[in-house]
Design a protein around this ligand. Structure first.
Ligand code: FAQ
Length: 311
């Protein structure tokens, strides 16, 4: 049964009044937000790696500048999100250590390799496309700092999706070899993109409570269906084929029927066994170790300044 405090809290949520850092909140609400916002922040930071892989090999100066700007935006998104999570009483250092120890997750999608330039198109089109589908409703999420971070992030995310689609367009309208690369990128990124929305509603342990608290605004399957419905016509426009033989418009439902991704593969990637898990965490660990002297120096400087002020 709910306590009076919990009842009053739920009433505020039901009335769409934002919860702010100093407000009372149930411990579960705080924990769930730290988990979700922290995972989201880690995803932005780890998510720089697959695209960072192609910055030095972008085909033109213009493409290089665009990709560089996009990857820098992702660093910025990570920072807004870490700052939002910090308002809940956890430090960024703690979150980073939990990422590195495997206690905190980041999105499964970033454990897949980016093998060709067309993958930069597929990541922008599909991965950012899926990210926006999830993040637009989160602008209305109940926790104020998270909601405000989402509003800023969504503005940049739609540019990211457009730049990806633009690369796909060029490739799909290019030579036979370029078109094959675009199709191959779609083949490899389709199902991992569907997995970004999380397990099926039946397997989603957090959805019911998170939706009651408006930490999440939709179920995983709702957003996955919306993504399929939006993306299939875009693939058709490109003249590419979605790698799903069961994909079919269902007049009665007003939605596409589609095949589920391989959920065994999904849970296996979550356990750390995806193609790039070790490489991604290795890169984050290296950056953390190599930044140690900077953090030490900043702390020593701050301590010295504080001591000087007291004296
Ligand atoms: N990967 O009960 P649910 C981006 C875990 S976009 C890994 O359904 P929930 C932008 C889940 O944590 C990507 N783990 O969980 C970008 C839980 O495990 P736990 C980031 C996943 O939280 C683009 C368990 O499975 N976006 O970075 C995944 O209610 C391009 C059970 O699942 C966000 O994080 C997954 N895909 O729903 C950057 C959006 N799915 O924690 C660079 C905010 C589920 O109990 C380049 N997050 N799990 O051990 C959310 O909306 C939710 O957290 C969901 C999952 C929908 C992801």
């Amino acid at each position: 049964e709910m306590s009076d405090e919990e009842r009053a809290f739920q009433d505020r949520i039901d009335e769409d009044i934002k919860i702010e850092p100093r407000d009372w909140m149930p411990e579960g609400y705080r924990k769930t937000l730290i988990r979700q916002i922290g995972q989201h922040a880690h995803s932005e930071i780890v998510g720089q790696l697959p695209e960072g892989n192609w910055i030095t090999r972008a085909p033109t100066l213009e493409r290089k500048m665009i990709l560089l700007a996009k990857v820098q935006d992702e660093a910025g998104h990570g920072l807004y999100l870490y700052a939002a999570a910090e308002t809940l009483g956890i430090s960024r250092d703690d979150m980073t250590e939990q990422l590195l120890s495997g206690k905190m997750k980041y999105s499964s999608i970033f454990n897949y390799p980016t093998l060709t330039w067309a993958d930069m198109g597929a990541v922008g089109w599909l991965v950012d496309g899926a990210a926006i589908m999830n993040q637009v409703p989160l602008q209305r999420t109940s926790y104020g700092p998270y909601s405000r971070a989402m509003i800023r992030i969504c503005k940049e995310e739609s540019f990211h999706q457009r730049q990806g689609y633009d690369i796909m367009m060029k490739m799909a309208q290019g030579s036979e070899a370029q078109k094959r690369m675009a199709q191959d990128a779609l083949n490899r990124f389709w199902y991992p993109s569907l997995m970004m929305f999380g397990p099926s509603d039946a397997e989603s342990v957090h959805s019911a409570q998170s939706m009651a608290w408006k930490i999440k605004m939709n179920t995983n399957d709702e957003l996955r269906q919306k993504f399929v419905d939006q993306t299939v016509p875009q693939a058709e426009f490109l003249g590419l084929t979605v790698p799903d033989e069961n994909l079919k418009w269902n007049e009665e439902r007003g939605h596409y029927d589609y095949s589920q991704p391989d959920w065994d593969e999904f849970f296996n990637v979550l356990k750390g066994n995806g193609p790039c898990n070790a490489e991604r965490l290795g890169a984050r660990q290296k950056a953390w170790n190599e930044g140690q002297w900077v953090r030490d120096g900043l702390l020593a400087h701050a301590r010295k300044n504080a001591a000087r002020k007291v004296a």
